[in-house]
Design a protein around this ligand. Structure first.
Ligand code: SF4
Length: 504
């Protein structure tokens, strides 16, 4: 009897876990492409296309390497496994530890043997050991230990350049020089892409892909090489800025600025985090990129990304249901594609999702999730929506980012203060407000920026919870100085009604 190695759509790499140990002729590889389950939620077409196309190409690559592959379609993963077992009668079925808590429970229940995963640089058990006994799980502490443990940008146990963190240099507003941003690499679509697109469920939304998101390992490696040469040298300073795409002097690539767009490849296994970090280290050591840029990207990969991964496994399953601020408003109709919006920053973000299924982190954090937190939208609704709307979305990404970081639904277990911001922040970090129907400086009245109104109203509503937080004392002092603060709650109620009705 031949054993089976079951590979999931977010583990598409020969070097990962169970597949790394497998040899052609010794095992059969199973891939299950979901049918019915994909229609039960409103996924972005580019997300579904990415995973399904990458699975088909990965299956073909394994066959070319001599593996026997059972790539089948089934309503659910477990039905796919049952059909595989009936047909092939494998000795044992092995899988690499999956990336979802729920799937792991299913695999255990189905008698699948789990092999330790090497898809992340810090295994979840090592993260749990790091977290054990700590009062606070501070990302910066974790990141520095990762740097030392893995040996990236360090001399001995000290950071190269004498500093661990160049964040302060990476928060600049958009440049005003109308510069060109690096042209992204694009993969032309072929008949496999078109075949996958033709079979997507009608419930899927968004534009068809234009080749932004690699679907093979070779294309992902080419993207990494392009990023190191073209993007990384100027990565960093403007990573928090937001520009209106294609407008005026911004150019056609303003939507991505100097972001790497590697997350879709990393999150389905086409790239491994160590490969990205090695490339960053080499580029810095060869003098091709400045230290602040190299450190900025390294922080995203071995700091934030691995930290979020560890938090997910440490605090699941209870973590995804936390709602400490009692936020129960449904997803705004504009987010669900059921209404337009006059808020220029929100329209730009939603347009980016529609066109590409991707936004950079500040649009996700300080526009969409910020509005949702200020407006009391359910963090669970937001987390589900983001997991299905982004090409790089999945539960392990969105639960910590939404429940912990963006919406403070965990009551501060992860971030010591809520990432709340009004129109002033968006005005400083973007060019959106210039073309907006609302005025970021107004808090009350019909022209008031909804972010500004809701920001001050949020602070007032949660005074008891946040006023004693030392990182928020200045915000409360500012609130108490506002001459119009008595009129803010009434305008906030109007704004929320308009948000619910899809008329904001
Ligand atoms: Fe967004 Fe307010 Fe600026 Fe309009 S004025 S773009 S709603 S922050």
């Amino acid at each position: 009897m031949v054993d089976t190695v079951w590979v999931f759509g977010d583990q598409l790499n020969r070097s990962i876990g169970a597949l790394a140990e497998a040899q052609p002729g010794e095992v059969r590889v199973l891939l299950v492409e979901l049918t019915d389950a994909l229609a039960t939620r409103r996924y972005h077409r580019q997300r579904l296309h990415l995973v399904l196309t990458a699975m088909r190409r990965f299956a073909a690559a394994l066959e070319a390497d001599g593996f026997e592959v059972d790539h089948r379609r089934a309503p659910t993963l477990l039905e796919g496994l049952a059909e595989h077992r009936r047909e092939h009668r494998p000795g044992a079925v092995r899988a690499t530890e999956p990336l979802s808590w729920g799937l792991e429970r299913q695999l255990e229940g189905a008698g699948v043997d789990l092999v330790r995963s090497n898809q992340f640089l810090c295994h979840r058990s090592d993260f749990a050991a790091w977290a054990h006994g700590r009062k606070r799980l501070v990302m910066e502490d974790f990141y520095r230990e990762q740097r030392q443990r893995l040996g990236y940008l360090v001399d001995g146990d000290r950071p190269v350049g004498g500093r661990w963190n160049f964040d302060a240099e990476n928060r600049e507003p958009p440049p005003r020089d109308g510069r060109d941003w690096p042209e992204p690499l694009v993969e032309p679509l072929d008949e496999i892409d078109f075949d996958v697109l033709a079979g997507l469920p009608e419930t899927a939304f968004g534009a068809d892909p234009e080749g932004w998101w690699p679907t093979t390992r070779a294309a992902a490696l080419a993207r990494l090489d392009h990023v190191v040469r073209e993007v990384l040298p100027a990565f960093g300073p403007h990573e928090d800025a937001m520009l209106t795409s294609g407008a005026g002097r911004n150019g056609a690539n303003a939507w991505r600025l100097n972001h790497t767009m590697l997350s879709s490849s990393l999150n389905i296994g086409l790239l491994l985090p160590g490969e990205v970090c090695d490339a960053v280290e080499d580029a810095y050591r060869s003098g091709a990129v400045p230290l602040a840029s190299a450190e900025g990207l390294l922080r995203q990969i071995i700091g934030w990304r691995e930290y979020v991964w560890g938090i997910y496994w440490l605090w699941m399953p209870g973590y995804r249901d936390l709602n400490e601020l009692g936020a129960t408003r449904p997803l705004p109709p504009a987010f669900a594609g059921e209404a337009p919006t006059a808020m220029a920053c929100v329209a730009e973000a939603l347009g980016g999702i529609e066109e590409r299924g991707w936004l950079h982190h500040i649009q996700r954090l300080m526009v969409l999730a910020n509005l949702a937190m200020l407006g009391g939208v359910s963090p669970q609704a937001m987390s589900r929506w983001m997991a299905t709307s982004f090409v790089d979305g999945s539960e392990w990404v969105m639960v910590p980012n939404l429940i912990g970081m963006a919406m403070h639904a965990d009551g501060g277990r992860m971030a010591t203060k809520p990432y709340a911001g009004g129109g002033a922040y968006i005005n400083r970090m973007s060019d959106h407000c210039r073309g907006c129907r609302y005025d970021p400086k107004q808090r009350v009245g019909e022209d008031a920026c909804p972010f500004s109104t809701l920001y001050w109203d949020f602070l007032a509503r949660h005074r008891e919870r946040f006023a004693e937080n030392h990182r928020m004392k200045r915000a409360y002092a500012n609130l108490d100085r506002l001459g119009d603060r008595g009129r803010i709650p009434a305008r906030a109620a109007e704004v929320l009604a308009l948000l619910d009705e899809g008329r904001l």
